[in-house]
Design a protein around this ligand. Structure first.
Ligand code: F6P
Length: 342
């Protein structure tokens, strides 16, 4: 059997660990041959391929990024995109495809599966916002990077009696902010799911200074103030999946806090640092197990499914279950962190 592998959407640490596990088990246990498709869905769309075998996956377990590269290409936005993909899979003798991606990449996989393409999905995203799985790989690494940044910002904030605002990724879901904020001892965490009241935030800031400590505010890039959301800066540009490129809430927030409280405030945007570098042990463990189970799903021809973590077990769920709706932070989960605000 010949199996294609691709990685799509925003990259994250652990992608190479999945690819390695897929190839190692696929070759050893099932005698599969593999072909790598480059740049996400652009690969099968434009027939961009690369050899993928044991030699190509040696030494890649701890490496960030993806040896197959990535893009945010949406074949459903391209004329005859689906036909081109089907033709190129046939031309390469590919019987099945393993697509490693987040909501967009796996959303495409879901639609292609409905159209008869043999595809198995592997959930990845630093945002951890895919339904059907307890965790995606990439998330733990991003949280650890953000936590380390918060730890460092605490000491410099204290030295200068400053407010430090840390902007982390998360367009729709505040998982990174919530987990890193709790782990790093943030004084306020602001997430997209819970519009914030700037006066309340300033109250927390002032309370923190009264106890002779400096506040650290962790804010998701997609967080919005309650009144109308006019504090979020957006460029207006959209990607192929219709997502507006965000950025700027941290800076706006710092300026607003400074103006309202008179305390010096600075913003730090962690940005793509959260997606780079080596995966944590948890990410490598999860990514490896996802890869092992995905290639077994292909062996069993269980197409249209996605591997998922449930507790400590890897299970299979219909692709549509993973991509149907985003997994958001629930009010009671946010309320746990609120105990530490101020
Ligand atoms: O989906 C992962 C993610 O890192 C989001 O957290 C972030 O909003 C987005 O990708 C950024 O995308 P890009 O790298 O294309 O600007």
């Amino acid at each position: 059997m010949r199996v294609g592998v691709l990685t799509g959407g925003g990259d994250c640490p652990g992608l190479n660990a999945v690819i390695r596990a897929v190839v190692r088990k696929g070759v050893k246990e099932y005698g599969f041959e593999f072909v790598g498709f480059l740049d996400g869905w652009r690969g099968p769309l434009e027939n961009l391929t690369t050899p993928l075998g044991i030699d190509q996956v040696r030494g890649i377990l701890p490496r960030g990024g993806t040896i197959l590269k990535s893009s945010r290409t949406n074949p459903f936005k391209i004329e005859n995109g689906v036909e081109k993909i089907k033709d190129n899979l046939a031309a390469n003798g590919v019987d099945a495809l393993i697509a490693i991606g987040g909501e967009d990449t796996l959303g495409v996989a879901t639609r292609l599966a409905d159209l008869g393409v043999n595809v198995v999905g592997v959930p990845k995203t630093i945002d951890n916002d895919l339904s059907g799985t307890d965790f995606t790989f990439g998330f733990d690494t991003a949280v650890n990077i953000a936590m380390e940044a918060i730890d460092r910002l605490h000491t410099t904030a204290e030295s200068h009696h400053r407010v430090l605002v840390v902007e982390v990724m998360g367009r729709h879901a505040g998982w990174i902010a919530l987990h890193a904020g709790i782990a790093g001892g943030a004084n306020v965490v602001l997430i997209p799911e819970q519009p914030f009241d700037i006066e309340k935030v300033c109250g927390y800031v002032e309370r923190r200074f009264q106890s002779h400590y400096s506040p650290i505010i962790v804010v998701s890039e997609g967080a919005m103030p309650v009144e109308g959301g006019d504090m979020t800066l957006v460029s207006g540009e959209k990607d192929a999946f219709g997502h507006v490129r965000l950025g700027g809430i941290g800076d706006r927030l710092a300026k607003e806090i400074e103006a309202r409280t008179g305390k010096e405030a600075r913003a730090v945007v962690l940005g793509h640092v959260q997606r780079g570098g080596t995966p944590t042990a948890f990410a490598r463990w999860l990514a490896t197990r996802f890869g092992l189970h995905a290639v077994t799903a292909v062996h069993e021809k269980d197409y249209g499914t996605m591997v998922a973590l449930r507790g400590a077990d890897i299970v299979r769920v219909p692709l549509a279950e993973g991509t149907g709706e985003l997994k958001l932070v629930q009010p009671e989960q946010y309320a746990e962190a609120e105990v530490f605000f101020g």
